[in-house]
Design a protein around this ligand. Structure first.
Ligand code: XIL
Length: 328
């Protein structure tokens, strides 16, 4: 029988879902792992390669959970995406001790990137080097992060340079959300595009943009903020710069508490399919990663959303699963 994975392989693309180390500790239904490895050819750790997980105390690195996932991927012939090196969130408390010491903070970030990328060199094929560094409200950098406040925007360029020096074969991405809301100078994607142009011009090693694509189906008349069409426009602009577009954290949730009807689930499936169209049709787009497997285990509750994934609470495929399977 065809699976997402076998069809993705035929199409020369990656389709995947996150892994979470808690799931390896038991407690998952018996068919979970079977589903996961038969349907997907790429994985990303939900939390296990983040700063707080890999360097919980200064200079003391912990790769155990990340290693487990890399081993799982290797045993099952899957590609591994690394997530994420420089991000404002999930940074351990000790880093903030240095927020007024630019030199020290630069050294902390450089050492972190060198150690983590070095540890998984040759095993992690691509990294989110910088995650969510753009403001969500206005076209400019996010100013609240410890990295921005302590170092300034140059932490971004430097992070790419450091990662590339350690693993010149790894694909290096800038990753962010709300990139499907238009490619104009006032939107996040427009601001990002200007930065990508500058990076390319200046020889900063950036190979891909990750679009998280956490979108919401509002079930109102308008249904969506943002659209697959505008993400496709971004892909086309990036192609001119020889930079790839990847969908890295897809989920299409409904508001918590509302009743989700069969036709809502069908529309959700069409939207999943429209985002997949980009990956299948744009030559510089190669990855379709979903931020979870079953609606039962999803971060979306924290966003006041629900039912954003392609398997239901009982690990049964939803209309969204069928819709992408048929398209592949
Ligand atoms: C989320 C995880 O899913 C949660 O388990 C964690 O508590 C918080 O982070 N953008 C990202 C991801 O880049 O790392 C986030 O993952 C979701 C939003």
């Amino acid at each position: 029988d065809e699976t997402l994975r076998s069809l993705a392989d035929k199409n020369g693309i990656y389709i995947g879902a996150i892994l979470n180390s808690q799931w390896f500790g038991g407690g998952l239904p018996g068919n979970y792992e079977q589903i996961h490895k038969s349907q997907f050819n790429i994985v990303v750790a939900e939390n296990e390669m983040k700063f707080d997980a890999t360097e919980p105390q200064e200079g003391r690195f912990n790769y155990n959970n990340g290693d487990k996932m890399v081993r799982y991927a290797q045993q099952n012939g899957m590609r591994v995406r690394g997530h994420a090196l420089a991000w404002h969130s999930q940074v351990p408390g000790w880093v903030n001790n240095y927020k007024n010491d630019k030199k020290k903070l630069l050294a902390v970030l450089k050492n972190h990137i060198e150690k983590v990328v070095g540890h998984w060199k040759g095993q992690v094929a691509e990294w989110d080097v910088v995650n969510e560094a753009i403001s969500n409200n206005e076209p400019q950098w996010r100013t609240g992060s410890v990295w921005y406040q302590g170092i300034g925007p140059e932490f971004i360029d430097s992070a790419f340079v450091w990662a590339h020096a350690v693993d010149p074969d790894a694909e290096l991405c800038y990753n962010d959300y709300n990139l499907e809301q238009g490619v104009n100078p006032k939107a996040k994607a427009g601001f990002l595009l200007e930065q990508v142009k500058r990076w390319v011009k200046n020889g900063i090693p950036i190979h891909c943009v990750g679009s998280q694509t956490h979108v919401e189906d509002t079930t109102t008349d308008k249904h969506f903020i943002g659209s697959p069409d505008s993400l496709r426009s971004l892909a086309k602009e990036l192609a001119k710069l020889n930079v790839k577009l990847k969908i890295t954290e897809l989920d299409i949730g409904f508001k918590s508490g509302i009743n989700v009807s069969k036709s809502d689930l069908e529309r959700q499936g069409q939207t999943f399919r429209q985002y997949l169209d980009i990956i299948l049709e744009e030559p510089n787009a190669d990855t379709y990663l979903i931020w979870g497997v079953s609606d039962k285990w999803s971060w979306l509750g924290g966003l006041n959303r629900q039912k954003g994934l392609i398997y239901d609470d009982n690990l049964k495929p939803k209309p969204a699963f069928d819709s992408i399977l048929v398209r592949l």
